[in-house]
Design a binder for this molecule. Sequence first.
Ligand SMILES: Nc1ncnc2c1ncn2[C@@H]1O[C@H](COP(=O)(O)O)[C@@H](OP(=O)(O)O)[C@H]1O
Ligand SMILES: [Mg+2]
Length: 743
Amino acid sequence: MSTPTYAAEKQVAIAAVRRACVLTASVFNKLVKQETMTKEDASPVTVGDYAAQAVVNTILGRTFPKDPVVGEEDAADLRQESGKTLRERIVQLASETLAAPLAEGEKEEWGLGPNQAQTSEQLLDAIDRGNYEGGRTGRFWTLDPIDGTKGFLRGEQYAVCLALVVDSRPELGVIGCPNLPVSAADPAGPRGCIFVAVRGQGAYQLALDSPFSAPATRLTIPPSTSETLNFLESVEKAHAKLSFNERVGQVLGITRAPTRMDSQAKYCALARGDGGAYLRMPTGVGYKEKIWDHAAGLILVEEAGGVITDGRGEPLDFGLGRTLGENFGVVAAGKDVHERVIAAIKQAKAEEDVAAQANGSIFKLPPELVRMIFEHFADEQHQFWLVWISTICKALMPEVEAALYRTVAVSSCKNATRLCRALVKRPYRALAVRSLVVYITGGASIKQPLKSALPLLTSLKRLELTVDDPSIFPLLLDAPFRLRTLLTGGYYYPDCVEDILASQPSLQRFSLMFTPRREEPLDLEHARTILRPDILPNLRSLTGWVARFPLTLIKHPYPIVHLALVGATRRDITHAISLFGNTLVTLILIRLIDEQSPPECYWPTYMFRHAHLPKLEYFMVADRYDEHADLPLERETMVIPGLREICPALKTIVWGADGTVIDDLQWDFDGMTSRGWAMTVYARMLFDAIPALERVSIYDDEVAASREVMGEVFTRAEDRTVKGPESASISLDEDMWTLRPET
Ligand SMILES: Nc1ncnc2c1ncn2[C@@H]1O[C@H](COP(=O)(O)O)[C@@H](OP(=O)(O)O)[C@H]1O
Ligand SMILES: [Mg+2]
């Protein structure tokens, strides 16, 4: 079946709306402006409403007699004796309007022109044609003869709105706006426009007085940015929650003031680019939006390239009768901004939920304070207190949850799925999450649960994602959060790492710990974008497993303060130091020493040759040997010349040497057999060379493999003498040492 073009319907609807506009404009001029009716009188709105409905329905009754109409008014009151005066006024007005000479595009058989007089009864019947209740299937018209009655009375914006709905979908919409400036750029210029849209045929603006002959302007919603975006909203506070819009605007970073106008003229303004988004959020009194207030607007916006849904992002349902039923408000916007507006609404709504729940709390403390107290108790040791409090006082649940959900970690599929479900169920929980750790290797994929939860985590700042399913990582590309810390890892290196980096300009700390696999050669192309200097302007901390993180490809001297590398060869280290040496404060290396390495390079500070590390304070190195080679035990090679100038600020050196190296040092140095002797010589030489040095620790264990390791420590006393060796254990600072043990 071919798509209907609705050409006849369109022509009739435009003509009917134009006649109704002429009628309402004359009602305004005669009855409102000249104040021939008092406020207590049945009101000019009532007169205009009924009369306009009589005119439009008469035309529809003649042209499409089988089509029912869903309208705002019915004639029951007018038929009463008490309605006589009103009835006569309406009949007179409607008759005059219908009897006006035929205009271009109109036909006599539509009931128009001086030869087509209608009786009073015929006109009341026409009004009653608007009694239809609507429904899921079939076609019907829906009419709002004067939409924006308040605007009409003020002489501001109002609209005559007519739409054809087929099987619950608006297919044709016509909106007449007698008071709307023809061009928003010229607000004092000529007024009066008609807007028309047919599904699949585009949206157009026509001239109100010559809709069929004057050239039509095709409408498209232009793209907007946070700077150009503004909201269109009702004038009437009772019709939409304007304070909520304000908060949504803040979330979106909108700087322009909203444009307020009555009626569906807002949809017209949106369609022609006079505003970026129309927000109509419920005021909470249980009002259900009427289909005639949105049907014509919907098709106009959609045909202008926009998106229209309710406040939750759900489609508007025109198949439920006279109202939009359970839809929650209305949001219309350009394609490029609609999704962001919905996300911002979710955030503002979640905040509101938290605030609303807090009002019922027995503690009348300011919510920020309660939150601070609870956050203080949210650590693992005290969590049960919070849970206990919330079971006693349910009103405190949102604050308690906000504290408990601030930092969340999951390490099994089951828990990850549970967590995601809990976040989706109560968006204020999702809003509370600042730090999320997902560490799941093996097992089923948790992609689906994450897909539903990640878009809600608007406050997330720190994400640690170690998963074996690489298809999870692309989810980060659409995420609403701006991370400061991103730690990634897993079995497969995902192709989209660089795109993720490009989408996270606030990133300060980044870690890439994908398992190096021998069987698969590293695709260096993957790393290319990390090299672009512009994508990570805030990057200060970098951790990587070098086999999957080709450091030598980085050419940009990011001002890295903290660098940790696993599996770094001599070449990687020299390269890193030459790039980041000027800014490094901490440097942590698990280095690979191969057979080709010259013997001197066993001494950790040997790597600083030719370098300049003016800010370096903490240096830790743990060694891995491919093959154990003979050690260079000559004093001359232990400390390179010029070390004082190279790293003048160095305070701490931690060396995790392989056990066999320590054993060699023990047996073989200078012919002495004391285990501590060679270490003591080395440590003392370091203290002599670097005046700032306070501590040297040497551990005969693999530092990377365990959090608590034993070793010998040398310290500089107040009187600058060197003490040690003393046996000690080192506990690795978790935050600094983000590396995970190899398994
Ligand atoms: N509490 C409420 N919430 C939302 N809309 C309401 C409302 N009470 C009335 N309205 C509708 O808001 C329409 C006007 O919208 P706007 O504020 O955008 O101009 C009214 O149309 P009418 O003016 O045709 O009665 C009416 O249908
Ligand atoms: Mg209305």
